[in-house]
Design a binder for this molecule. Sequence first.
Ligand code: ATP
Length: 202
Amino acid sequence: MQFDRLRLSGFKSFVDPTELVIRDGLTGVVGPNGCGKSNLLEALRWVMGESRPTAMRGEGMEDVIFAGTTRRPAKGQAEVTLALDNRARRAPVGFNDTDALEVTRRITREAGSAYRINGREVRARDVQMLFADASTGAQSPALVRQGQISELINARPKARRRVLEDAAGIGGLYQRRHEAELRLNGAEQNLSRVDDRLEQLA
Ligand code: ATP
């Protein structure tokens, strides 16, 4: 899916509402040290459902909210919206009837994160699956952070295979298999409990 625009408000150093247009092809972010280049990449990962604060260089997820400066007070919430071109209709069923998609994540202090797709409230999993199926998840190699190239060169073959699998768009299938296995284990445990009860009654 093509990314069209990224909107940030209260996210890390982007305290004021900011909108960036993302054009076709490779996008690079350049600027002086500390101007917020990595924060932009983190905003992209975050709106795609990143759940690890450490991947956002924080201790807790609320660390992504603008923390204030000597001149400006801290914010109470952060919001990031990613606008996507869905003319190729690659969005999952239920979200696939419009040419454009807007995925929004908002975090409010003490209240955690909430996600919306085209204004409709959804679960984190729905957003994570949407991007995993489109080969652009929060951990996608399409977003190249500092140090990632050398990590990749030194990676073990299994880790490299994971990169290829993500690029092929099958990351979502692994997640679904994992969830199916958990449900299967739950069902097996329930069945064995039923067997125990039946034995007690016999
Ligand atoms: P470099 O080129 O050195 O890697 P960069 O352009 O990637 O830098 P970032 O690391 O994205 O810059 O941004 C760092 C800036 O973001 C710092 O000034 C830091 O104070 C600010 N920052 C990070 N988190 C927050 C936050 N929660 N609230 C306010 N400012 C923040």
